[in-house]
Write a new protein. Structure first.
Length: 196
């Protein structure tokens, strides 16, 4: 992105390798419970040279084209799970969690220089010594009920709470190619669905 605008300059690498594995378990229906659990272990490395983009280094230095570097997919551990419990024929409860062990980041300059742009709360969520965003976790809960079911009319109500613990989750920080991404704060949403 150019100066926080919607203008982007595509980039490509000579090559990139993503190694790892993904696994998942799905329970379509077991008594009153259904849900899923997934885990992935990924290591992503890009090989220079970098083509395209718009690089304006303040000191006039060039990107080191001899060194491999981690890419956005280089998050070692990612866990996602979601479960639902059917209370009765017309009502259910659900819960889930998402965890990330932290994406890579590369700091140019001193940490203190970033305080004004990002604020201390976001900087606290970055481990500059490791060059990675600190691990993050988001817990979510849901509940739903069918209020009326008389064909052809059906009325359903659902409520969701995202990030129950209201943690500041920094997903990505100051990436040259992907910027900074922050997870949603605690949110409560309700949805009414009417079919007729």
């Amino acid at each position: 992105m150019l100066l926080n605008t919607g203008i982007g300059f595509p980039v490509s690498f000579h090559g990139a390798t993503i190694d790892g594995f993904e696994s998942s378990i799905s329970v379509p229906h077991w008594r009153s419970v259904s849900g899923s659990f997934s885990y992935s272990l990924l290591k992503g490395i890009a090989t220079p040279p970098i083509t395209g983009g718009l690089f304006l280094p303040a000191d006039g230095t060039k990107v080191d084209e001899a060194e491999e570097f981690p890419i956005t997919q280089d998050q070692r551990h990612t866990i996602s799970t979601r479960w639902r419990y059917q209370l009765q024929a017309s009502a259910w409860l659900g819960g889930g969690a998402t965890y990330g062990s932290g994406l890579p980041t590369e700091l140019e300059g001193h940490v203190d220089d970033l305080a004004e742009a990002y604020g201390p709360a976001i900087l606290e969520r970055v481990d500059f010594e490791r060059g990675r965003v600190r691990p993050w976790l988001s817990l979510n809960v849901s509940a739903g009920a069918t209020l009326r079911r008389r064909p052809p009319h059906t009325v359903r109500l659902q409520a969701d709470m995202i990030n129950v613990l209201n943690q500041l989750n920094v997903i990505n920080f100051a990436g040259v190619f992907s910027g900074t991404a922050v997870g949603s704060p605690r949110r409560l949403m309700a949805r009414l669905q009417i079919e007729f």
